[in-house]
Ligand binder design. Sequence first.
Ligand code: ADP
Length: 646
Amino acid sequence: MRYSLGFVLALSLAGLQFVAIFVVVSTSYLSSERAMLKLARGLMEDAGANAVEHTKRFLEPAAETTEQAKRVLNSGLVSTTDRETMERYFFQLLQTEPQLAGINYGDEAGNFVYVMKSDGPGPYRTKFITIEDETRSVDFIWRSKDYSIVEQSTDPADAYDARTRPWYIEASALGSRIWTDPYIFFSSQQPGITVAAPVVFPSGALQGVIGVDIEISDISVFLSDLRVGDNGAALILNQDGSVLAHPDPDQIKVLNEDGTLSFANINDIDDPISRAAFANIDRADGSTGELQSNFSYQDDAYLGLFSPITGIDLPWTIAVYAPEDDFIGVIKDNRARNTWIAAIISVLTALAGLTLAELILRPVRAFAVRTALVSQGEVSATEPLPKTYRELRRANKTLINEIAQRRESEATVQELNRDLAHFSRVNVMGQMATGLAHELSQPLTAITQNVDAAITTASQNPVENQDLLEILRELDEQAHQGGDIIRALRGFIRKDDGVMSEFDLRILISQTCRLMRHEAEVRSVNLEYATGDFPNVKGNRVQIAQVLINLMRNAIEAIESSNAKIRNIRIDVSEQPDRLEICVEDTGPGISKDVILFKQFQTSKAEGMGLGLSICRKIVESNGGRLWHDADVQTKTRFCFTLPIV
Ligand code: ADP
């Protein structure tokens, strides 16, 4: 791993944070985008419905006025032959319904009355075409609001014939109320539509046609005021694609080559977004229902809605469109801003993480370095611990204890190694001594025999050989003494096959004392033991001898260390019901307070090993007895052990 733990931690933290923020931002963006688009569709539907309602409200009075005028004329309340009354009636109707542009009546004979709103010289203008005796006269009257005449004129050149106009032809042909296709009005040059209905004689024969004109440019004015998002628009299309109403009213009229005006087609108008919106609509299957669409213009996404105007007999469609960004632009900006915030927070978090990781890791690193140095022995475990965490402090304590224990125990298997080596050397020497005793016993026997023979010979002339006899007797005594020692040694070794045997304890004590005598005498220690009749005991002779020797040697060493005046060691044997109790007592200084007896490695001696007593206790116990220090004895030191009587 090439990177530090802190770096990896900080990077992972920042990465995770970035992913988390990004996921939250994206999902909230997607859900809010969906919600906003849904809301946008709703707003557009509202705008569309609003436009539809407005259009219907705009057109309906025309239909009602037509129906009403038709009934009035049919019933004869206003006579179709009384052109003055008809003019006044039309004038009143025009004043009550502001969106009506004009009302006209033409009859089968060619007579025509037309009252319309005018730009001047008066606000209303009436046109009469009168056919009398096949003579045609055309009169114009401009009136003020109060019906007074402002100006009058005639136009003999006027060739207008209502019977040739589409509204007249359609209504008279169908015999019922009709809506014309939108067209540009002859008089006002404004786009409009006419509602027309036939007027009949009581006989049912056609008398003429009443028509009501509506200028639909007002719908364009309404559409230009309609808000669809910030940059959206609404327009009205005829089923042939001609634009009937547009927020920009100038868009809808085109001048034909013959000088007449007609409606512009959606595919030709100077409004590329509307063109794009409509290009997306496929009504090839003849469907007329509401339609939603998504289209794009210059890389911007748009929402489109097309709904037919229902409730009136007109094949018109309201088209509403708006750029998506009008509705979700804010949350798009928000998303971009949030993504930047996430990135910046992640970078800051990474930096903070790095700093934090460094702060956290610094004491850990210092601790690790110290621990490594301590374990290599380059620094003492007592060196002060660097400032670190409580957990590490605890771990360090445990570790240091472990190290200390390990060192101690290492110093101790080493000490034991030395002791074992010593033991094995002692063991080898013991074996050598055994061999030596065996080898020396024969020459010593030969010496004593020859000395005896020499004494016998010299005794034949005792006076002459007095000096010689003295030397020979001394020689004899020394040879016997040497023989005793050798025999005692051999006695130990004899029968020591590692198994229990029955033996006389007195003999073993005397042999042991014989062995230790020299060691005691050198240190001016007097060695004595009790004799008497005791039953035999059972045990391992050599092992019991080792116990006796060890107790005696401890006693000799204790006396020697104290420079005591009375330097005595005494071995007593007493008989108990089933055992013999052997006590080794000395006049030494007693047990040192620092020593715990019978515990391994407890010694008060510079050269001591502290194993003797614990081994002796084990030996005695394995021979069926018990070994203890008799603390009841004052002024003397006494160790006792028992052995089972046979
Ligand atoms: P070591 O003789 O190697 O020290 P031991 O186990 O034989 O080992 O003895 C342990 C210790 O007991 C001795 O170091 C000594 O301090 C104490 N001790 C044993 N025997 C006597 C004694 N007779 N008088 C005083 N102290 C004794």
